[in-house]
Design a protein around this ligand. Structure first.
Ligand code: WTA
Length: 653
């Protein structure tokens, strides 16, 4: 734990506006009355096995029935023990069996404006072909496949093809560097990588395959690389015997490849995320529990109806894309809009153009995007007819009340409920959120837990703090979508999540529960920063900086940023006695190369020393204050070298 003691975050903004759900919303809503929620919540808590047994039997397909619903030997959970199912079957075949084969599953638009629609039948055919190709390329059940692709239908196809044959996908966000890909390939012992020639971003082409090639030099476990032609780059390097084109090996396969019956606890995917130490951890999710959680939370929170056009603007490289572009909506038979590119290409109204064109009814996006839209100006919104929208969602970080109000007024026309969804890569799906037909919302609060989620807030000794007090947010009971481990690192799994209070999952977030039982998330306890809704560890960025030859020491903190939520501020000591702009740029470039563009520090300050406590810990609280432009406050009595502080202040002036 760092110096943000839970007690210091008690003061949060006083927000007492209450927005009741529109009356019309309750008609035909998935969860239509408070009583329905109360009953579900109580049953899931008090009769867990019976509740989830019913849910699993009704909402997943079973090749073979399960025995025990939940075996809980904290921190290890097994759900739907001994049953056999398949997530790809639940997303595709099951919908087709139920008569939804001709319904659009994915309506896709590329950044240049090209479009494609895939019905459930068509999506299944493509997934089958890809599954057959993966098999032909030697991928077996339990093998790890890294996916580093643009937001094309083939990204979803590749994920579901892995699920179909019991291979484990590890999707790597296409903004990560070659180093990051190599680290993930190595940690997971990936056998195959799926990528594309290039990726469109704001009209330019990024050569993805070249980046992958660089990573593959350091990925000895990878035997094959499957390459989608997306941008048509002329000089895409292909290594004979290792690299194959998607159109050469996928297109000619049979479009019927039966889904493998898989044990409930078969690993479905791993997804790397930042923790408080330098090395990203592979969060492991399994088949049945995750699939059920993604599906039910999707239906409850987004009040899914047959005629919805649902759009989640996330990238499949993050958990939001996994759960709310792929597994949740597709298992629910939803029609999903999927968009490849940037929100401001060719102009700042691209999102609103898409909403109008496809008559989107449910929109799920992130506060950092909302703040960017505010900055770009209302005229881009006002040009478009957004009257198809009926529900709005937010995820990734707390939504500040100003952004909430703008979203409510300008996008929702004051008629759409906003669901502020709190959850994490580790939780598999949404944990706390308003339910649109019943929950009166307070801007900035993720309101209440979903059925199956039992939050508790504790102090540093693990004792519950009670209402209106800030503390560390834990989850008291196992839930089907919970992580099952950290890939290859049991020790880290236990230490990170389960060592504060025995048997209770430690989220890493601070929170407060108000007197109405509403939850307010108050930022991280650990050294994780949230930049544009993306988790980064300060130590990860520090390690990248220190790996540069001119850097002796680095301390990285988040500072408030109007658009990104948090920006990255780095304090570095260097060998060069007169460091300047050139070195600053070189360091930015270096971090970009080590981790990816999203980790590039916004501010780099050269300093004679990094302030530390007598025990050698970096004084992050102090640095945060300096980075934010505040006068350093608080206890500096353990500061090792007072002159350091003075020098840092001087730089500020
Ligand atoms: C933060 C993203 C406040 C939180 C789904 C969490 C939020 C971390 C919210 C997980 C929200 C996410 N309100 N904070 N509605 N949603 N967070 O793993 O700090 O990328 O622990 O999962 O984002 O980030 P992750």
């Amino acid at each position: 734990m760092t110096d943000t003691a839970a007690g210091q975050v008690d003061h949060v903004l006083a927000e007492d506006r209450l927005f009741p759900p529109p009356a019309s919303f309750a008609e035909n809503a998935v969860v239509a009355t408070q009583q329905q929620y109360d009953e579900m919540y109580a049953r899931a808590r008090d009769d867990r096995d019976a509740f989830w047994k019913e849910q699993a039997l009704e909402h997943l397909h079973w090749f073979e029935p399960f025995g025990d619903v939940c075996q809980w030997d904290a921190p290890h959970a097994k759900w739907f023990v001994g049953g056999k199912t398949n997530a790809s079957y639940n997303c595709l075949d099951r919908n087709i069996d139920q008569g939804r084969g001709d319904r659009a599953a994915i309506i896709w638009e590329g950044e240049p404006g090209d479009t494609r629609t895939l019905t459930y039948n068509e999506l299944k055919s493509e997934v089958c072909k890809c599954a057959a190709a993966l098999r032909q390329l030697g991928v077996q059940q339990g093998d790890v496949v890294s996916i580093y692709m643009p937001m094309t239908p083939e990204l979803v196809i590749a994920m579901l093809a892995c699920a179909r044959i019991g291979a484990i996908h590890s999707v790597i966000f296409a903004g990560f560097s070659a180093e990051s890909i190599a680290d993930r390939n190595h940690d997971a012992s990936a056998k195959l990588v799926i990528t594309s020639d290039g990726l469109y971003r704001r009209g330019k082409v990024l050569p993805l395959k070249k980046t992958v090639d660089e990573a593959l030099e350091k990925s000895p476990t990878v035997e094959k690389c499957l390459v989608l032609r997306r941008t048509g780059e002329k000089d895409t390097p292909m290594t004979k015997g290792r690299d194959v084109w998607w159109h050469d090996v996928v297109d000619s396969q049979s479009d019927d490849f039966p889904a493998e019956p898989l044990d409930s606890e078969t690993t479905l995917f791993i997804l790397y995320t930042s923790g408080s130490t330098g090395k990203p951890k592979g969060i492991r999710h399994t088949t049945a529990g995750y699939n059920l959680w993604a599906k039910r939370t999707f239906q409850w929170v987004f009040d899914h109806r047959d005629d919805d056009i649902y759009w989640c603007t996330a990238d499949c490289g993050w958990i939001t894309g996994h759960s709310y572009i792929v597994y949740g909506p597709l298992s629910a038979g939803a029609t999903c809009l999927m968009y490849e590119g940037a929100p401001n290409y060719p102009a700042e109204d691209r999102f609103w153009d898409l909403v109008e064109k496809y008559k989107v009814t449910v929109l799920y996006t992130a506060p950092t995007a909302i703040r960017a839209f505010i900055k770009w100006g209302d005229e881009h919104v006002e040009k478009h007819d957004l009257s198809s929208l009926r529900l709005l969602g937010s995820v990734g970080e707390g939504i500040n009340p100003e952004a909430w109000m703008w979203y409510h007024k300008k996008i929702g026309g004051e008629k759409c409920p906003i669901v502020d969804t709190w959850w994490q890569t580790e939780t598999g799906g949404i944990m706390m959120s308003p339910l649109p037909a019943i929950t009166a919302t307070k801007p900035g609060s993720c309101t209440k837990p979903l059925p199956g989620v039992v939050p508790i807030i504790v102090d540093e000794t693990g004792a519950p703090v009670g209402k209106e007090h800030g503390g560390m947010l834990c989850i008291d009971q196992p839930w089907p979508g919970m992580l099952r481990g950290v890939w290859g690192d049991e020790q880290r799994f236990i230490e990170t999540y389960w060592s504060l209070v025995k048997g209770k999952y430690l989220t890493g977030d601070n929170a407060r529960c108000d007197s109405d039982g509403y939850y307010w998330i108050m930022g991280r306890i650990d050294d994780v920063i949230n930049v544009s809704g993306h988790r980064l560890s300060t130590i990860e960025v520090e390690s990248a900086l220190v790996s540069h030859e001119s850097v002796c020491e680095a301390a990285v903190v988040g500072r408030p940023d109007d658009i990104k939520g948090q920006a990255i501020a780095a304090f570095v000591t260097v060998t060069d006695p007169n460091p300047g702009e050139e070195l600053r740029q070189a360091l930015r470039q270096h971090v970009r190369k080590q981790i990816g563009a999203l980790a590039q520090p916004d501010d780099i300050r050269f300093t004679a020393a990094v302030p530390k406590t007598r025990s050698g810990k970096i004084m992050r609280r102090l640095l945060r204050d300096i980075a934010a432009g505040h006068e350093a406050v608080g206890d500096t009595s353990t500061l090792e070298d007072y002159t350091v502080l003075a020098k840092l202040r001087e730089q500020d002036a």
